[in-house]
Design a protein around this ligand. Structure first.
Ligand code: BTN
Length: 266
């Protein structure tokens, strides 16, 4: 195993951020960092608090799926206190933060499959789950959960081998989780800081949206989208400023899809 002292101190020491990752709660094992983050929010955790687990025993994916997160990979949640108007931008900044940090630390080129799966050579290397906490109608926090297959040997997981990859499988060598986590926290803060309460009316939001849209593999592709309550087929025509997917159905009708999972048909 590569050098990998995952401790709160190793992550925070000299980290060049103002608040993201300045407080890290590290656990050798957790059911899910999302659960621990939700508890931390309930106890008034500061914005930028990061919950990280060496392994998760009941990791959660989007659309009520499970997420495999054995040791050697990254499973973390970041607590943010965004303005309501910036909620849609979180899928954009989280996935771009992952893409940038993977490129910086490993040199590998990554792309985004709508809404926020990160792919390398067409296979998923990272999944992102965002959950929002409300008190009545007031947004108290957003929790960004990020799982990256860093040193996963896909040969040991034949059931996901055709659709998933890991950084170590792509590179043929192990990758330092510590370097990747530190780079990721810096990148997320760099993309988050310029946002202001004006949301999608502001330049920083629009710049973030433009970069996210241009990093998507999906536009123009024939896709199947599994949403919470139905399955859609058609051409992924474009994305809207709020992050939703605009799908041109086989009947020519344009449907706006807010949340779902895309399978590329080509
Ligand atoms: C998906 O692609 O379905 C999203 C996967 C999100 C996994 C991460 S790992 C850290 C955090 N804790 C969880 O239980 N899930 C997210």
């Amino acid at each position: 195993m590569a050098e990998d002292n995952l401790s709160a101190q190793a992550i925070t020491e000299g980290l060049k951020t103002r608040f993201i990752g300045q407080r890290v709660l590290y656990y050798p094992s957790l059911t899910s960092t999302m659960e621990a983050a939700r508890e931390a929010v309930g106890q008034g955790a500061a914005e930028g608090t990061v919950i990280i687990a060496d392994e998760q025993t009941a990791g959660r994916g989007r659309l009520k799926r499970t997420w495999l997160a054995p040791r050697g990979n990254i499973a973390l949640s970041v607590i943010l206190h965004p303005a309501l108007s910036n909620l849609p931008s979180l899928i954009m900044l989280a996935s771009l933060g992952v893409v940038h940090s993977i490129e910086t630390v490993t040199g590998l080129k990554a792309q985004i499959k709508w809404p926020n799966d990160v792919l390398i050579n067409g296979k998923k290397v990272c999944g992102i789950l965002i959950e929002n906490e409300f008190l009545g109608s007031r947004l108290t926090a957003a929790i960004i959960g990020i799982g990256i297959d860093v040193n996963l040997k896909l040969a040991d997981f034949p059931e996901i081998r055709s659709i998933a990859t890991s950084l170590s499988d792509e590179l043929g060598r192990e990758v330092s989780r510590l370097k990747l986590i530190r780079s990721l926290l810096v990148e997320i803060e760099r993309l988050y800081l310029p946002l202001s309460a004006g949301g999608s009316q502001t330049r920083p939001y629009i710049a973030l949206f433009d970069e996210w849209r241009d990093s998507l593999v999906t536009p123009g592709k024939q896709v199947r989208v599994t949403a919470v309550d139905s399955v859609y087929e058609g051409v992924a025509e474009s994305v809207d400023i709020d992050g939703s997917l605009l799908l041109r159905g086989l009947d020519g009708k344009l449907t706006r899809i807010v949340a779902g999972d895309v399978t590329l048909r080509e």
